[in-house]
Design a binder for this molecule. Sequence first.
Ligand code: SF4
Ligand code: SF4
Ligand code: SF4
Length: 268
Amino acid sequence: MINQIKDWLRNDEVDVFLGYKMVDGHPLPHVYGKERIDDVDAFIVGTARYPLEKIATMIASTNPDIKIGMVARDCNRRTLNVLYVWNQLDPDRIKTLDVNCCPSPLKDHADCSYLEKEAAGPMKVDKGMDGNQDTASVEEIEPGARFDKWMYEFEKCIKCYGCRNICPVCFCKECSLEHSDLVGTGALPPEVPIFHLVRAVHMAGRCIDCGLCEDACPMDIPLRLLYRKVNDIVRNVFDYDTGASAEQSPFNVLGEGTPLEPKQLNAA
Ligand code: SF4
Ligand code: SF4
Ligand code: SF4
């Protein structure tokens, strides 16, 4: 794998390579370049998960012609498909080194930590929503009680934006969550449930169920379960499996001819 990356850099197949490097005992994302090719010896795959695609989008926003290589697990490949559909990255300028975070072979759709959670069984949750359950179990909860459980969860929110900031498919130049006409400012928790419903609606045709938002949420809000419901609707109504391919999403109304227009680094 290390030799492969070095070859790609030496042969100009990629200009930079995004992977991981151990720094002070922590696996951190790292941009390997051809100027210091021996640095690639420090490359690791590891088990850490960061939105490498988000870094790729940022790099491409200031260097649209750059060729980017990156290590890609299933969730990374699904995210890349979404970013190609939404014209945030150019598939001709991305080269992936495919790895599997689960036992081989490569999977079409790895559910990663969600499966572990589901296998762990239901949590003891008095007032809130059990994030370990599947969406069908949520449907079985009486609507009034279901509403109360979600409201309980949303009211824990401290509006840190961690869920949006880590999400690899949150790439908008102007985020609705910071638009005072939609989400009021100066109060915690943020307007409930509008903050969360705005984000949930935006995840239609984008969320690839990586779970990074839920991992990042300091208030343990079961965000992944919420977006899995959105994905269920998208699958059932539009027959669209988000991230499964780079074909146009029913939600990308701009169409196939849309030019690449990545978010600018200095934008909100
Ligand atoms: S929350 Fe919505 S508006 Fe904000 S970056 Fe994500 S998709 Fe865009
Ligand atoms: S699971 Fe969360 S972080 Fe991952 S794509 Fe969906 S909304 Fe974004
Ligand atoms: S990460 Fe959690 S607490 Fe922070 S804004 Fe998102 S939902 Fe709210």
